[in-house]
Design a protein around this ligand. Structure first.
Ligand SMILES: Cc1ncc(COP(=O)(O)O)c(C=O)c1O
Length: 461
């Protein structure tokens, strides 16, 4: 089959339009347009059904760390499916889950060494919240259930994860959501309040202290956890200001609140380290992960916690009353192990650290365009915020945003051969999160396509 669909182009389009329901997608856009269909991938590139090549500047969806088409990883999946395709982690173990848990515990910072697998990032977040709630019930603090998270942050779509997610516009159809989600400021320095806008460190201290104020407002005895990403994705890549995470850690310790580092995007090399918390030097109580753990060759997620958090679950008749059928699937675990082998053999973390400066410098050339307001991020994870007026940082109104992002930029970038994300869930941004194997030629290709398409976008305004 070679990955080529058995259908011809017209049949595939017809079947896609009649039967396939895409996620977070306006299907009306396909009334008179094709459903973009990707049929295969090689390295940093993917190909559509016409054979056209695209630079995968988003690693699919922040997933394909090692790139596409790796037969060594595919073969690991095939071997595992032949040996043991499935067994649940309900009451049983299987060797690949054990090996992977031990390996992840070895990479994880500090005393994080117990791994609970899921199949996705939303389930990882959901599991972390449930683990925290049950933990506090087991340890005599049953009123702790609330969760703090940051404005515009995305933590997933299942009901619990959606209650933690800070994007207001994707919630109303599903309300009422589980009670207990509380919002605190994020670390968007470009849009910092005026009283801290001239000093990054003071801004970071203010943003961290807002977490303390929220805990005090809610009542510390009701707060279970704070969920934060190392670099917040949604809104366009907000790195932490210097000192921010140290202060958040202190605040969590002061009030007995768990610090959950949601690393569904930021782990596994995205920031040049196995975990984002390593990069910024803080010790979480829980790490949630998914995506890059398998580079997408099979689905897997999970959380890593310390012995301290698991200890109450080890007593007498107690168990964590939670699980899903496909969590820690043997094929996914085998794939994750093979993926991590690639990380080590090719020293991908060192590659990202050695090249991230060049990536940043290449993107920063775009600052000469009038539409480019801010370029921010770390590692291989960048957001470019677009503005109507560079001097005042004035953003676009809803109608301009709609015309610019959905009407023009997304299709124009795709037509030009670059897959990235034009996102207006906060202020309008383009996001880049390419495979970790990318080098200067790929950075240049991204910059050239963005330069041309963003220049056209400016003329259209
Ligand atoms: C930080 C974070 N948490 C959770 C999720 C949800 O992951 P999934 O889509 O695998 O459910 C995402 C997805 O992008 C994410 O970025």
């Amino acid at each position: 089959m070679n990955g080529t669909p058995a259908y011809d182009h017209a049949q595939l389009q017809e079947a896609a339009k009649r039967h396939l329901w895409l996620h977070f997608t306006r299907h009306s856009t396909f009334d008179d347009a094709d459903v973009p269909t990707i049929v295969r991938g090689v390295g940093q590139y993917v190909f559509d059904q016409h054979g056209k090549r695209y630079l995968d500047g988003l690693s699919g969806l922040f997933v394909s760390q090692i790139g596409h088409g790796r037969t060594d990883v595919a073969e690991a999946a095939a071997r595992q499916a032949a040996e043991l395709a499935y067994y649940p982690l309900w009451s049983y173990a299987h060797p690949r889950a054990v090996e992977l848990a031990e390996r992840l515990a070895g990479y994880a910072p500090g005393d994080l060494n117990r791994v609970f697998f899921t199949t996705s990032g939303s389930e990882a977040v959901e599991s972390a919240w449930k683990m925290a709630k049950q933990y506090f019930k087991l340890t005599g603090e049953p009123s702790r259930y609330k969760v703090l998270s940051r404005y515009i942050a995305y933590h997933g779509t299942t009901h619990g994860a959606l209650a933690i997610t800070g994007l207001p516009d994707i919630k109303p159809p599903f309300e009422p959501l589980p009670a207990g989600g509380v919002r605190v400021p994020n670390t968007n320095f470009y849009r910092a309040p005026s009283f801290v806008a001239d000093d990054l460190t003071r801004f970071g201290a203010w943003a961290a202290d807002e977490i303390e104020r929220a805990i005090l407002r809610e009542g510390p005895e009701t707060v279970a956890a704070v969920f934060v990403e190392p670099v917040q994705n949604s809104g366009g890549c907000f790195p932490p200001p210097p000192g921010y995470f140290g202060r958040v850690r202190e605040i969590c310790d002061r009030y007995g609140v768990l610090l959950v580092s949601d690393e569904v995007i930021c782990a596994f090399g995205r920031l040049g380290y196995m975990f984002g918390s390593d990069r910024y030097g803080y010790q979480p109580d829980v790490i949630t992960f998914a995506k890059g753990v398998t580079s997408g060759y099979a689905p897997l997620g999970g959380m890593i916690v310390s012995d301290r958090l698991m200890e109450p679950y080890l007593r007498d008749e107690t168990s964590f009353l939670h699980g899903v059928t496909f969590a820690g699937h043997p094929v996914s675990c085998a794939v994750a192990l093979a993926n991590l082998d690639v990380f080590e053999k090719e020293d991908l973390l060192a590659h990202v650290r050695a090249n991230e400066g060049a990536f940043r410098a290449t993107l920063e050339k775009l600052h000469d365009l009038p539409i480019v307001g801010d370029i921010r991020g770390d590692g291989y994870f960048y957001g470019i915020e677009m503005v109507r007026d560079k001097a005042t940082r004035e953003t676009f109104d809803d109608d301009e945003s709609e015309r610019l992002l959905r009407g023009f930029l997304s299709p124009a970038l795709y037509d030009a051969g670059l897959i990235c994300r034009a996102d207006d869930r906060g202020d309008p941004v383009i996001q880049l999160s390419p495979p970790l194997t990318c080098g200067q030629e790929h950075f240049d290709e991204m910059e050239q396509i963005l330069r041309s398409v963003l220049s056209q976008a400016w003329q259209q305004l």
